[in-house]
Design a protein around this ligand. Structure first.
Ligand SMILES: Cc1cc2nc3c(=O)[nH]c(=O)nc-3n(C[C@H](O)[C@H](O)[C@H](O)COP(=O)(O)O)c2cc1C
Length: 254
């Protein structure tokens, strides 16, 4: 499909492209906020891997990825989190739960580590990236936005939420975004679990972990979650028509 950017499509490519565009839009219409999941149906691990990639590929301001995503399959943990989510049934009936956390603070060490990562992946000397780093320092560490890092980071994390829910719909996996939860209770519970696990205080498990290597676990704060799974045939909301403003009320073409 990248071809359509650079050359006109032949008939076969055109047919595939039309089909894919329809498929994507139909999938977005098919998606709705599931209230009742089929608790017996589990998402295969290969699909969870694909969904994880959609989170990882999500864009962020300066590319700084000020987030982390905790994917929970463990039933006991989902049950515990349900108690901190106003007892919404999706929390325990879903197959997997993704908790979205964003950074509370960004410091110069985080930026330096990120620049090292860019340098390594793009084979660019760090000295060529000094200007880029200084812009980020002036903005996020010394500028007015330094007072609003949680807000800024949270916005980035919500972009990833959109990526995840859209991509899940393409895979015909159901979702429900959940903001109705108690973030501090989530943080306390999840940090205690992470401290016990091999991840400890830091997330160091890939070759590209430089940026997060020195970030304490409690520097991430919960914003929201997404329940993933398969809709129950009994969920009456699946037949509810979508409530959306008219296109001309929200889309302006100039
Ligand atoms: C950020 C966000 C938070 C939400 N929180 C909840 C929630 O806590 N519980 C719930 O049942 N639905 C929640 N929803 C679902 C919305 O109510 C739903 O997306 C909206 O009514 C539009 O309906 P649709 O998603 O079925 O098209 C949330 C949606 C978003 C995007």
């Amino acid at each position: 499909m990248l071809a359509c950017k650079t050359k006109s499509l032949n008939a076969f490519e055109g047919w595939i492209f039309m089909d894919l565009s329809n498929y994507c839009l139909e999938s977005l219409s098919w998606r709705y906020a599931v209230k009742k999941f089929d608790s017996q149906k589990k998402i295969p691990s290969e699909s969870i891997e694909l969904l994880s990639q959609s989170l990882r590929l999500s864009p962020s301001s300066y590319g700084l990825q000020p987030w982390r995503f905790i994917i929970i399959e463990n039933q006991d943990l989902k049950n515990e989190l349900k108690a901190f989510s106003y007892n919404q049934s999706q929390m325990s009936d879903c197959s997997h739960l993704v908790v979205f956390q964003a950074l509370e603070q960004i410091d110069e060490a985080y930026l330096s580590n990120f620049i090292s990562l860019v340098s390594k992946i793009r084979s660019q000397p760090e000295s060529h990236l000094e200007g880029y780093k200084n812009i980020m320092i002036q903005d996020l560490i010394k500028g007015p936005r330094s007072q609003q890092i949680p807000l800024w980071a949270g916005k980035q994390a919500y972009i990833a939420m959109g990526f995840l829910m859209s991509y899940a719909s393409f895979l015909k996996i159901d979702t429900c975004a959940i903001e109705g939860l108690e973030p501090v209770k989530y943080d306390n519970l999840l940090n205690a679990k992470l401290a016990k696990s091999a991840l400890g205080n830091t997330l160091v498990n890939t070759q590209n972990d430089l940026a997060t290597a020195n970030t304490p676990s409690n520097n991430y704060k919960t914003l929201a979650a997404v329940a993933l799974g398969y809709r129950s045939p009994e969920d009456k909301y699946q037949s509810s028509p979508k409530v959306r403003f008219d296109k001309n009320q929200v889309i302006i073409n100039l």
